[in-house]
Design a protein around this ligand. Structure first.
Ligand SMILES: [Zn+2]
Length: 160
């Protein structure tokens, strides 16, 4: 099977290191990965006013700030991809503006028990991150933060 995503394309060894660190993050989180899809698990995250999260490329609505979930006390995680490039992802419980595609796989899985698929912008098709789905039915999105924008609190009230 061919893998076109550059973040997963090359070295498995570096990826293993990344995977280990993220696994550790999840292990430190009360409730574990399953908590990501549990509405009652929304604790500890300072959400404040609900703000739109949009594609940085085209402005298409991707998610919202109240969908952000914390992993190991942080929403955003910085790490190196297999090519040694530093980047940052944010975890979101739901990202309705994303289109998940590709066959679910556990190759280079970041999170134990979770398969991943690609997540693309529903507006422009840009690859924004990944959808992680557990066999138990829980799921969350890991979105590359430089490819999304959380809009300011003025003028984008999604609850209006
Ligand atoms: Zn877009």
């Amino acid at each position: 099977m061919s893998r076109t995503c550059p973040f997963f394309a090359n070295s498995a060894s570096i990826w293993d290191v990344v995977s280990q660190s993220i696994m550790w993050c999840f292990e430190q989180q009360p409730g574990g990965p399953a908590a990501c899809s549990d509405a009652e698990a929304e604790t500890g995250l300072e959400t404040g006013p609900r703000r739109a999260v949009v594609c940085a490329g085209c402005g298409f609505g991707i998610s919202s700030s109240d969908q952000a979930v914390e992993v190991d006390g942080r929403h955003a995680h910085t790490f190196f991809n297999p090519a040694g490039i530093l980047f940052e992802i944010g975890c979101y419980r739901e990202a309705s503006g994303c289109i998940a595609h590709g066959r679910p796989t556990d190759e280079f899985a970041w999170f134990p028990g979770f398969n991943w698929r690609y997540a693309a912008c529903g507006g422009c098709g840009q690859h924004l991150g990944w959808l992680f789905e557990s066999r138990a039915g829980s799921a969350f999105f890991g979105l590359v933060l430089e490819r999304i924008v959380e809009l300011g609190s003025g003028g984008e009230d999604l609850d209006a």
